[in-house]
Design a protein around this ligand. Structure first.
Ligand code: PRX
Length: 643
């Protein structure tokens, strides 16, 4: 028996874990066996399948055609008219007005709740105000906001009148903000004066003030004031005053199912961020479906998605998907572990949260604090769902054993508008390390460079073979780029640029971006495979592997890790783990300890920056999505000292 199992050993094993938590809702897939038949049928007639899902939502006028056309020019629910705001808010406010829609919390201890009735009234008033200042269907409204109840109101007010909103992450630098505003040219921007993060007050409005004169399209700035001392400039109005002074309510407009709903920029881990355009209604149908299977939200659930509104995870799983189910959702502003990790555990305990949606990087952070901290609290988590990066098996088991919760690692992209591989929560088996099964209505293949399907257990490029409603419809201002980027590598398929393996259970293992597969002396190894074995070494907190060109071997792996253990022995342990689980051929050229990983604010490790530092000593590409811009210098010094 090998000391450390390789990803391939894990993939080939028969190891699976049955879900503990059982769905009792109206989900038709009740067992692992049910799934396969259900899935097969769903992709035999994709249009019919999605029409069934869409019928669970409200339509002003039903569509004429379920599904029309194919990649790259496809439509769903053609000539069907609906409204996202109506489905997510009014529909529940009319049935269940007193039900809490949002519980908002912040790191400085504030709490505010809003029921569905109030949410409907405020959203309707705000929509009416937008209309009164000239915002029509198809106009762009920028939303540069942290997680606040007003962010929910702003987004749904746009949906209500058919304005296209551009959500911009509030932690972005002035330059990143300006780049995005230049492209989308909004008429109105909604922002906050300040936010709190790690005990500091961060001035958001200041960033906008410094560039606003360069964005001539902006006619009005609406400010959510958290601090009384914020003064407003000409053309600025406070969100609170708008709600106080607007008495008119406005009905939701009827929006055709394929009309654009919003623009969101990709996280930019591999290249310059792209403005992804999603349809409003198609996205809603996808998000509703995604939440149904990846969370199985029930009436009694208290559910918290820890993502920031600036990343698509939040719109899918909370802002649209969560509310479409009429759930009570928790939204949080600030750092989850401030002033300490107890803050996070306290929140779980106090609000009796039983379902959590978060990122693998956050689970790794919890693991670093150890289970002693977790065990001090009375926590009753049934389910932890995740998206964003591979979830190493060490962290999977840690979370499963510590919380006694089912773990659902899902996979998706900003472009897919849904985490389309997932467990069917409460029904299908879990395979620690895999990204679950394709959700019904999502057809895919794993293919080699010639387009031929690879065998079960072999790695290839993951492509999507048929459209689904939440798939991006364009890139803002550049439809040709959309076609070239996603549909030209393998004609007729959408290319994810991710490398994946399908195992004998049909589970999908996403093992890295296609460019992250390193070819060392003719052996193809994925970064995820190596990172997984490095993570098995005790005391390693995070690991990242990149391939660097080598005259003789083609490419050689460079390993980066973070650990609280500074003992030199740890590097030997890393080498042994790789040798034991993968083989000598994968031995790293260099093993470099760094104080922290360069990460996006959504928690992804930006491997391309590590590569740039090794190759050029510095970074020149886009770093606007970086969590901590200061990390670059710290990491640069560490790398240059150990190169
Ligand atoms: O490489 C895949 C990785 O993250 C990319 C998508 O990032 P983003 O657009 O920010 O995702 C938004 C999610 C709604 C993918 O192309 N990725 C995502 N989930 C996983 C993953 N890699 C491995 N395992 C996952 N579960």
């Amino acid at each position: 028996m090998k000391e450390v199992l390789s990803v391939h050993d894990i993939i080939d094993s028969d190891n699976y874990i049955s879900p503990k938590f059982r769905s009792d809702d109206n989900i038709k897939i009740k067992s692992n066996d049910d799934y396969y038949q259900f899935y097969k049928k769903s992709i035999e007639n994709i249009g019919d399948y999605w029409a069934g899902v869409a019928s669970e939502l409200y339509w002003f006028k039903k569509w004429d055609i379920n599904m029309h056309g194919d990649f790259p020019d496809f439509k769903f629910f053609l000539n069907g008219y609906s409204n996202v705001c109506f489905n997510c808010i009014d529909r529940h406010a009319l049935k269940n007005p007193d039900k809490t829609a949002i519980i908002w919390l912040s790191e400085d201890g504030l709490e505010r709740k809003m029921d569905y009735r109030s949410l409907m009234i405020y959203t309707s008033k705000f929509a009416s105000y937008l209309r009164s200042i000239g915002i029509k269907k198809g106009d762009v409204v920028a939303i540069f906001m942290p997680n606040r109840i007003e962010s929910f109101i702003a987004v749904h007010a746009c949906y209500r009148i058919g304005a296209i909103y551009n959500i911009i992450f509030s932690g972005f630098s002035t330059k990143a903000l300006l780049d995005r505003l230049y492209e989308t040219m909004p008429k109105v921007i909604i922002t906050a004066d300040k936010t709190v993060r790690r005990g500091k007050v961060i001035n958001i409005k200041e960033k906008l003030d410094s560039i606003i004169n360069n964005v001539k399209s902006i006619q009005k700035v609406i400010i959510v004031k958290r601090f009384v001392d914020t003064s407003l400039n000409k053309n600025e109005v406070s969100f609170e005053d708008v709600l106080k002074e607007t008495n008119d309510l406005i009905d939701p407009v009827h929006i055709e199912a394929n009309e654009p709903g919003f623009v969101i920029y990709t996280s930019g881990t591999t290249s310059r961020p792209k403005g992804i355009v999603h349809s409003g209604i198609g996205f809603m149908v996808g998000a509703y479906h995604n939440v149904k299977y990846a969370l199985d939200l029930n009436k009694s659930d208290v559910y918290w998605c820890t993502a920031d509104i600036g990343w698509l995870t939040f719109p899918i799983f909370e802002l649209v998907g969560g509310l479409a189910h009429g759930a009570t959702v928790v939204a949080y502003e600030g750092a989850l572990d401030f002033p300490g990790i107890d803050n996070f555990y306290n929140t779980l305990e106090k609000y009796k949260i039983n379902k959590l949606f978060t990122a693998p990087t956050f689970l790794r952070m919890l693991a670093r604090y150890g289970n002693e901290t977790a065990s001090k609290y009375n926590i009753k988590l049934d389910l932890i769902s995740l998206v964003g990066e591979p979830l190493d098996t060490k962290t999977w088991y840690w979370a499963h054993d510590t919380f006694g919760a089912d773990i659902n690692n899902t996979y998706g992209q900003t472009e897919t508008g849904s985490a389309w591989t997932s467990s069917i929560v409460g029904a299908t088996y879990m395979r620690p390390g895999s990204a679950g099964l394709p959700l019904p209505g999502h057809a895919f293949k794993i293919i080699d460079d010639t387009g031929k399907e690879v065998k079960t257990g072999e790695a290839g490029t993951l492509v999507i073979t048929k459209p689904f409603p939440s798939l991006a419809r364009s890139i803002w201002n550049d439809h040709n780029k959309y076609i070239n980027q996603y549909f030209s590598v393998f004609p007729n398929f959408y290319c994810t640029y991710d490398s994946a393996i399908k195992d004998k259970f049909g589970h999908i293992w996403v093992i890295g971006r296609t460019d992250d597969v390193i070819n060392v002396s003719g052996h193809r190894i994925s970064t995820m495979e190596m990172e997984n074995s490095i993570m098995s070494v005790p005391d390693i907190s995070e690991a990242a592997v990149i391939g660097i060109d080598h005259e003789i071997k083609g490419t050689v792996p460079y390993v980066f890790f973070t650990s609280k253990n500074t003992d030199n022995e740890i590097k030997n342990k890393i080498s042994s783990a790789i040798e034991s689980s993968i083989g000598r051929f994968a031995m790293p050229e260099k093993i470099i300890m760094i104080p922290e990983m360069p990460k996006t604010r959504s928690g992804k490790i930006m491997r391309r920056l590590l590569k740039e530092i090794v190759m050029h000593g510095d970074v020149s590409g886009d770093i606007t999505g970086l969590e901590n811009p200061d990390s670059i210098n710290i990491i640069k010094n560490a790398i240059n000292n150990q190169k």
